[in-house]
Design a binder for this molecule. Structure first.
Ligand code: PRX
Length: 654
């Protein structure tokens, strides 16, 4: 294969401010380099030392990394620990009355809960689960809205060695059914309903529907948290109210000490084809990844007020809501609602209200908030912020600049964190007191994370070329297996031609400073007149135009060029029609021609009020490719957030 070409040049650089650098946990490039060197000199020793420092072990490990059954790697395998003990109990001596969770409901009501209270609630609920026959290794489905209860449920499972599988509350009964069956769950924890953006969402009804579909005979009980009080169907022999079973239990539950490799959870992630994959994570290695990255990348301090806006239904809500921050004894904000309710200033209002110092969100949220009111942050006092983060997609340089200027007031470093459900924790991201930032780059790998860019046969690409992003060495928080499907695990992540390298599935290039730039998913790479182009750079060029809020690029087969470029564009203003649309499309084509070059000029531009996105906010380019080809959409769109948009995007301009 030829490598993937990088066509966009970004030259802006932002160094850490002196005060930030001096106070940072890892200070200056020397600090970062020293950690990287230590990992290079003694890879397993580096991780073993961290594991001893950062985790309380009930039985210390003597083995560090077992590679005998690669790629089924095992870390710290003869050690025993409990994740819930590490997230809660170990803070009780010194920080029992520190606030662990500041929960803000959709309607603005606030509930605070201390570590001591969290401990009681987790213990009671864990005891209740035990009474229902749940124990070591049993799988429990959690289908809850963002709530204190969702975190309690996860922690309670961890406490008794049960394996949770959280299903995002926005998923349908069909998706839920698929996951219940695949994971072989014994119990479901849900709520009567949820509230998002002032509107009720039914949850229990979806559970009833899913279970009625057969194949769920292993489900003996459904625990229902009463959130809204809406009417729900009740199966007396199966359904239990959360508050009733919790109140009957005692305040203490002895943690079950599990092997480090015991699965802490299984989280489903959609593959590009076929059924979702149950990504299986470990307890010890996973927790270590969450803790070290919280310290390194978020520079987390005891005094921080931390807020990650991700739902617990995603990996970000696992590592950076339910586990990482608690393991560090953080005070964190948990938000039930959506960024646009009651208006698009909600995030900024909450930052002001709770004096948030670390704020972590997704590029898709940033882009949509720019569209809805680019100056809204200026109405709030955001002076408490000291660090910003993003995750989930490449952040286009112009969206980065807005985040930097308007939200961060040019004071706050931005940690653009590249990682995946499968990696468990951050892999490439700036250590903010050490690494200079470049808008649009996730910068450099974390210490002890050995990344590379290679050709399709695994050959290392020297210099600044683009290619496949891979991880060269096993790392503690890596995926352990695809639940029940080791063969799929091996094929998807350790394909033979890569000879033991972990295939991330993204394309990326490295610049002359060794910075990584993610170019998009490999499946989305375009081939235009023999040039292989990632989607990210053309999209970013479009987003850099002052009229444009969001853009997505796909290829359409073309007899001569191989592929032609089709751009789907959302403007900051109204969706244009008729001659307006033609004029703007022509302007944007010229713009890309100037920003990148004629090779990247879209052959066609279509306008929509929005783009089709998954529930987690990722653009569904697969659908856009079908639309570009004029195909009817026959594939599964149950995970699509806004199906109505597809109609608009079928329309060609002129
Ligand atoms: O394509 C990359 C993109 O999201 C994928 C992982 O998605 P998921 O498993 O849902 O996890 C999302 C939260 C970690 C990656 O393969 N991605 C994630 N973060 C970034 C990113 N692309 C570019 N820059 C990022 N910071």
């Amino acid at each position: 294969m030829s490598s993937i070409e990088s066509v966009l040049t970004e030259t802006r650089i932002f160094a850490p401010r002196d005060a930030f650098r001096q106070a940072a946990t890892v200070s200056g490039l020397e600090g970062y380099q020293a950690l990287c060197d230590a990992a290079e000199q003694d890879y397993t020793g580096f991780w073993a030392d961290l594991a001893r420092q950062e985790i309380n072990w009930q039985t210390p490990f003597t083995e560090v990394l077992d590679e005998s059954d690669a790629p089924f790697y095992r870390w710290f395998a003869d050690g025993k620990l409990n994740a819930s003990y590490n997230c809660i109990d170990r803070h009780l001596e010194k920080r029992a009355n520190k606030i662990a969770l500041i929960f803000e409901a959709d309607d603005g009501a606030i509930t605070n809960i201390t570590y001591k209270e969290l401990h009681q609630r987790v213990c009671r609920f864990a005891n209740a689960l035990k009474k229902q026959g749940i124990g070591l290794g049993d799988r429990v489905i959690i289908y809850l809205p963002m709530s204190i209860e969702a975190i309690v449920a996860m922690q309670a499972c961890a406490r008794i060695g049960a394996i949770h599988s959280v299903v995002f509350g926005g998923f349908s009964a069909k998706s839920l059914h698929e996951r219940i069956v695949d994971v072989g769950a014994k119990l479901v924890i849900t709520a009567d309903g949820g509230v998002r953006g002032g509107k009720p969402v039914a949850l229990k009804a979806a559970v009833d529907e899913a279970i009625s579909q057969g194949g769920c005979e292993a489900i003996k009980k459904v625990i229902v948290y009463q959130r809204t009080g809406i009417d729900i169907a009740w199966h007396a022999e199966r359904d239990l109210w959360w508050h009733e079973i919790e109140s009957a239990e005692s305040d203490y539950c002895e943690p079950v000490w599990v092997d480090a490799e015991h699965p802490l959870f299984i989280l489903y992630t959609s593959g590009s084809t076929g059924t979702p994959k149950g990504v299986q994570h470990s307890t010890g290695g996973y927790l270590l990844g969450a803790i070290t990255s919280m310290k390194w990348v978020f520079d987390h301090k005891a005094t921080d007020i931390y807020w990650c806006t991700a739902d617990v239904g995603w990996i970000t809500g696992h590592s950076y809501v339910a586990y990482g921050p608690l393991a560090l004894g953080s005070t964190q904000v948990v938000f039930e609602g959506v960024p646009t309710y009651p208006d698009a200033g909600r995030f900024w209002q909450m930052v002001e209200r709770h004096k948030v110092s670390i704020f972590y969100t997704a590029p898709t949220a940033i882009r949509s908030l720019i569209k809805l009111g680019g100056d809204l942050p200026n109405r709030y006092d955001l002076s408490s912020l000291r660090l910003l983060g993003t995750v989930g997609e490449p952040i286009n340089p112009e969206a980065w600049m807005w985040y930097h200027k308007v939200v961060g007031k040019e004071r706050c470093p931005i940690a653009d964190t590249w990682w995946q459900t499968e990696t468990g924790s951050h892999m490439i991201a700036p250590l903010p007191g050490a690494i200079n930032l470049k808008p649009g780059s996730c910068t450099r790998p974390l210490p002890g994370i050995i990344m590379d860019i290679v050709e399709e046969d695994g050959t290392h690409i020297d210099g600044t070329g683009g290619g496949l992003l891979v991880v060269k060495k096993p790392w503690p928080s890596m995926i352990r297996n695809i639940w029940g499907n080791p063969e799929r695990f091996r094929k998807a992540y350790f394909p033979e031609e890569l000879k033991g390298l972990y295939l991330a599935g993204d394309s990326a290039h490295r610049d002359e400073d060794g910075y990584f730039w993610i170019m998009g998913r490999i499946d989305d790479v375009l081939n235009v007149s023999g040039h292989r182009l990632g989607t990210m750079e053309i999209e970013s060029a479009l987003v850099a135009n002052p009229l444009v809020a969001e853009a997505a690029i796909v290829g359409r087969p073309h007899e001569i060029k191989g592929e032609s470029i089709v751009a789907y564009v959302v403007l900051k203003g109204e969706r244009p029609e008729g001659d307006d649309a033609k004029t703007i499309a022509a302007q944007l084509r010229d713009w890309v021609g100037k920003e990148i070059g004629p090779i990247a000029k879209p052959d066609e531009i279509r306008f929509g009020e929005n783009l089709p996105k998954t529930r987690s906010g990722k653009i569904m380019r697969r659908l856009l490719r079908s639309l570009a080809k004029g195909e009817e959409i026959t594939s599964d769109i149950s995970t699509l957030d806004n199906p109505a948009i597809l109609e608009q995007l079928k329309q060609t301009v002129g």
